[in-house]
Design a protein around this ligand. Sequence first.
Ligand SMILES: Nc1ncnc2c1ncn2[C@@H]1O[C@H](COP(=O)(O)OP(=O)(O)OP(=O)(O)O)[C@@H](O)[C@H]1O
Ligand SMILES: [Mg+2]
Length: 558
Amino acid sequence: MKELNVNLTRTTTRLASVIAGLIAFPLPVAFFILVLQFNLAAMNDEAKIRADNLSALISTNPQSWQLDEARLQELIKDLNDTGLPESRRVVDVNGRVIVQSFDSNEYRGPVEALEALDPRNALTIARRSDLMDSGKVVGRFEIMRDVRPLLLETALVSLLGLFLGALVLVVLRVYPLRALKLTLATLAQEKERAEVTLQAIGDAVVTIDGRGTVQSFNPAAERIFGYAAAEVVGQSMKMLMPESFGNAFDSYLRRYPDTGQPYLTGVEREISAQRSDGEVFPVDLRISEFYLYGRRQLIGSMRDVTERKRAQVEILQLNANLEARVEERTAQLKFANEQLRIVTQRLRQLAAHQEGVREAERTRIAHELHDELGGLLTSARFDISRLGQLPGIPASPIEKVRDTVDAAIGSTRAIISDLRPPVIDHLGVWRAIDWYARELANRRGLRRQVVIAPELEDVTPAHDVGICLYRLVQEALNNVVKHAEATSIIVNVRRLPTGLVEVETIDDGKGLSSEDLAKVGRWGVMGMRERVHSHGGELTIESTPGRGTTLRATLRID
Ligand SMILES: Nc1ncnc2c1ncn2[C@@H]1O[C@H](COP(=O)(O)OP(=O)(O)OP(=O)(O)O)[C@@H](O)[C@H]1O
Ligand SMILES: [Mg+2]
């Protein structure tokens, strides 16, 4: 860096000196030549004009023009504004001076100097022109100027040139040099930063030329590959790879100038690299291309991914284990689910069986009540009637007993009807449903609408299905009465296009929530669901708080 600075200073100084010299020396020379040329040209012109004027005077007085000194003086006299001492004279053909005039408006020097002006003098410039008379030369007119003041001025211009040259030298030397030094310092800083980065970077950074020869090898590369930079720089890149990949890489590099296909550059790929001890290990390689002094260079950065690969293998192993465990657990769950399904099915079967048993029991009790208790009560009623017809028996206790027996008969019938609605047997299930809804609505003062689809009129479901449908409507309507605070009930029974029968109860009460259905110790809804399930059907309940409840059961009845 220091050497570069010295060279730079020397070169800049030389360059500035040449430019300063080019300004300092040609300037006075050019000034002198230009002013001299100007003077000579002016003198030439003037000599010609004066000679013409004088020739005109001579032609008017060819014999005695030489004597008309005053007129001659008049013709040669003039103001000179060049600043150079000047002398003009008219000379005859023999070289005799006829008239002479000295003139310099600017000249402040001694008159003798003017008088000494002689065309033969080295410091005098002269121009002359012939005086003619009838085509004959009769004399000449001469102008002479002393160039010493011009030399003095030239010397002053030289000083100015030197000053300007020195100024240019200083400016050219100082400013560009300062800018160059600043640029150099910046470049040096950048280089240092790049070098520090290269040293500090965790990835191996290797630069190779177009033939695969290693140009640089950073400390991380030394650490990862186990080589010192000096061992690798200048060697083929192949030594850092297993043989097969090294050959492939080599042939790519050789083919590249023809194909121009940068298939390795720009993308990151995983390749195998080889350490100095021969261990092959995986690296992520990214190659970038650049040109240094017109020559192709490749810079490859490599990251040792051995640990990552190991972690990946571990993760894969863990995943495989996990999957195996998940599979195992899934199988266990499947088994448990199957068990649960079987248990649920058994429970449902049990529930259906119990329902059947309960219904049978109800029927039996209803029959017993009807045949035994009903029979007894009827005969008691008959006996009481007969007792009332006997003489001497007071009427009022008899009537009291008869009313009590009538009430007992009424209650027994109601119990029998609840246990085993006779209408199912007598009228069929559809009419029984219609009858129950009417009875309940009438008793509770509710508006009601019962629609049994006509196509079902002739369909008689199996006995247990009929009981299921009847109990379903019975519980649903009882719930309306018990909980809904409704003003109307609707019962629809229809056949769906699928062939299933849908029984729907709708009320306009307060509605219910899922919490209501989850209440402990309530069996109504659960019982309905189980009944419907036991016949292969489904039960759904839709409700919006404050806008009633719709209960829908669909099941096959034939
Ligand atoms: N139509 C309805 N409108 C409003 N709430 C209702 C309706 N039907 C049922 N519920 C609510 O759902 C709950 C559960 O009904 P479910 O028939 O299972 O039990 P329950 O009628 O209370 O008792 P039970 O076991 O005697 O039938 C009821 O307690 C009630 O809060
Ligand atoms: Mg209920």
